[in-house]
Write a protein that binds this ligand. Structure first.
Ligand code: PGA
Length: 257
């Protein structure tokens, strides 16, 4: 089964003005236009700039996502933004990014609730999983990642929805360090297998699984050419339109081969 490749840019808490966010979105549109839809491209701006970025991207090829969503549709949840609220603008939402888990106390069950809420409101969930350095060194990567995948899907019932996963070892995020490609290849296969078992149908072959963690134009191909890898979730390098464009181009060339 051919799965469409995806390059996703997680802007995190950047840029700091609406103007700069719209400008970055415009630059991403320009680079995506050159690749004729061969690669799916999505950007994940901060919530406060979502509407402006979504307006800029409207009707085009570049999709937009939220960086998180809360599972309750509305109510007394100060500071939260519901899946139902972002659904008006977004095709995607990240769920369970390690920074949400680490800095904001998001649990595996919270990830399951947000994943289910996103899917119910028609927003595709890009669920992030990955082990901490200690678990990696202790050889517990499969155990940790497998557990996170099973937990994330535990509230979906029988529905197999538009879900994708990003494998992001916590120790590789923002550090310039990455696992060797063979390790990534195995982990992506494990994610596909675990998720496929739960989601059923043909999802073992149709599910998209990305790699994330210190991805740059220099190393992206070492991951995206792996048979188990469907693209990349890019953090800091996605803030440079030039670097992001270079990565989209590298994937588009791979697809054209
Ligand atoms: P990074 O971040 O590319 O800056 O390592 C990746 C991510 O957190 O999604």
């Amino acid at each position: 089964m051919t799965r469409q490749r995806l390059v996703a840019g997680n802007w995190k808490m950047n840029p700091t003005s609406e103007e700069a966010a719209v400008e970055l979105a415009r630059a991403v549109v320009a680079c995506a236009a050159d690749y004729g839809g061969r690669v799916q491209v999505a950007v994940f701006p901060p919530t406060v700039w979502l509407q402006a970025v979504a307006d800029e991207l409207k009707g085009g090829q570049v999709e937009v996502g939220a960086q998180d969503c809360y599972w309750e549709p509305s109510g007394a949840f100060t500071g939260a933004t519901s899946a139902a609220m972002v659904a008006g603008w977004c095709q995607w939402t990240l769920v369970g990014h390690s920074e949400r888990r680490t800095h904001f106390g998001m649990t595996d069950d919270d990830v399951a609730r947000s994943t289910a809420a996103a899917v119910e409101t028609g927003v595709r969930a890009l669920v992030c999983v990955g082990e901490h350095k200690d678990d990696y060194l202790a050889g517990k990567t499969n155990q940790v990642v497998g557990g996170q995948v099973r937990a994330a899907l535990s509230r979906l019932g029988a529905r197999s929805a538009e879900i994708a996963f990003a494998y992001e070892p916590v120790w590789a995020i923002g550090t310039g360090r990455t696992p060797v490609p063979e390790e990534v290849e195995d982990e992506l296969a494990l994610i596909r297998e675990e998720a496929g078992r739960i989601l059923g149908g043909d999802s073992t072959s149709s599910l998209r699984v990305l790699y994330g963690g210190s991805v740059t134009p220099d190393n992206i191909a070492s991951f995206t050419t792996l048979p188990t890898c469907d693209g990349a979730l890019v953090g800091s390098a996605s803030l440079s339109a030039q670097k992001f464009a270079a990565m989209v181009e590298i994937l588009a060339e791979e697809v054209a081969k």
